[in-house]
Design a protein around this ligand. Sequence first.
Ligand code: GTP
Ligand code: MG
Length: 286
Amino acid sequence: MNIQWYPGHMVKTKRQISESLKLIDVVIELLDARAPISSKNPDIDEIISNKPKIVILNKADLADEKINKEWINFYKSINIVALDVDCITGKNINKIFPSIKNIIKNKLQKDINKGIIGRPVRALVVGIPNVGKSTFINKIANKSTAQTGDRPGVTKSKQWIKVNNEFELMDTPGILWPKFDDEMVALHLAYIKAIKEEILDIVELSIKFIDEIKKSNPNNLKDRFKIEIKDDPTEMLKDIGRKRGCIVAGSEIDMYRAANVLMEEFRIGKLGRISLETPNMIIGVE
Ligand SMILES: Nc1nc2c(ncn2[C@@H]2O[C@H](COP(=O)(O)OP(=O)(O)OP(=O)(O)O)[C@@H](O)[C@H]2O)c(=O)[nH]1
Ligand SMILES: [Mg+2]
């Protein structure tokens, strides 16, 4: 499956981030808790150069709780502060600002020593499309200033949002990178809807998804759709279609509809909490 999606606004955003960097105290890098490897833009660390950073594993409500903890411990082991967050219940949202103040405490103290008092902390929020940047900002600010949506490419330009007199956040459009060398990365980005649906073959994608999930989380598929695990994932997609009444022309399975049912149910968590990636897979990546 050849997936490419790198529109002009992403090029522009990268440039805008570089230009805004001098105003920024700290970077908040949002990753998808289900896929922290694939949802990490390899260009980001270079773009933000040596700015202090906090990693947010967002959509933690959709990922396996035990694996979320493994990830937090993993980041700790490489000296990166990370928090698992979910913008639906607001889990750990109240820990963000205290954690950031702790990360940049030396700089804040230096400012005080220089007599700079009362200047707000400015944080840049970055991440791939659809990871939840704008929702996260709205949750912290407790208002719906940033536009959100359940598809990639909603935010089109950067925007400053004032949380209070102490804290300001910059929302940015999601950015990918020009080429995915690793098929796993491309697929996982497509599963979590970081890539525009229109450029994907959803039937092919969902067959790959079944092939992966039937090994890592077979019970989620069995329990949700009341189907058996089979060697051939295409047969399993047909079974899902049959169970969900995705039928055309009398008796034929509508594979397109079955694929949409499956991917949508995964994306909103109806398939259960599924982590696509664990820290064990990162050996040699970070
Ligand atoms: N389950 C769950 N859904 C979330 C969470 N955070 C955000 N979402 C959903 O994810 C979708 C994308 O959210 P946005 O905030 O628009 O994502 P974004 O990163 O700003 O996306 P772009 O602007 O397109 O780059 C929306 O449907 C949100 O409701 C979360 O913690 N858990
Ligand atoms: Mg957005």
